[in-house]
Design a protein around this ligand. Sequence first.
Ligand code: DX5
Ligand code: ZN
Length: 222
Amino acid sequence: MSVVRIAPSILSADFARLADDIAMLEAGGADWVHVDVMDGRFVPNLTFGAKVIETVRRVTELPMDVHLMVVEPQNYFDTFVDAGASGLTIHAEVAPHLNRQLAHIRELGAAAGVALNPSTSLTTIEDVLTDIDLLLVMTVNPGFGAQQFIPHSLEKISRARRMLDAAGSRAVLEVDGGINRETIYRCWRAGADAFVAGNAVFSADDPRGEIGALRAQCAERA
Ligand code: DX5
Ligand code: ZN
């Protein structure tokens, strides 16, 4: 079984004390920091850009997993990698030149990821399986934290796992949206190995302990 990576999303952090929240994530054993960039066009919400990526980079050495929910994502590749992003994930729905866009991310030295909305078929990425370091299967419609996990996603995760294995791809299979102690186990069983969690971590009574508790769902029940 593959390594489990927990990627707390700072979308649910307290921005008045962002450095403290990131220190808490590190202390809790987070593997990555997930950064949700939204432009108010691809999704009906607006979040942050290079300045926040730079700020996070100043306070942690953890890999920064940057999820671009924006149209024309290529406009941000250079500045976000300069600001400290370790990986950039773009949505297939707004990337008509996926092969070129993913190659550009890799040329910058970052991990190249592609994300699919719940309604987007896996067939859209079957020709770029060897160009990706990460496949993100959205388990909610992107745009907001604290939404309900879409159960139908499980079957898609299993198919994604089979597709990656059949292609000999070593890409990480990440899930994002509504991940909590129960859904993480189901996604892990279906073949996911990286888990974004915003609300589940930040609204827990013990956010720091919750990171380990999420990971334990996969390990203990293996
Ligand atoms: C949703 C974002 C997620 C979000 C997850 O559009 O891509 O990363 O922060 O939040 P939770 O874990 O609260 O569903
Ligand atoms: Zn995300």
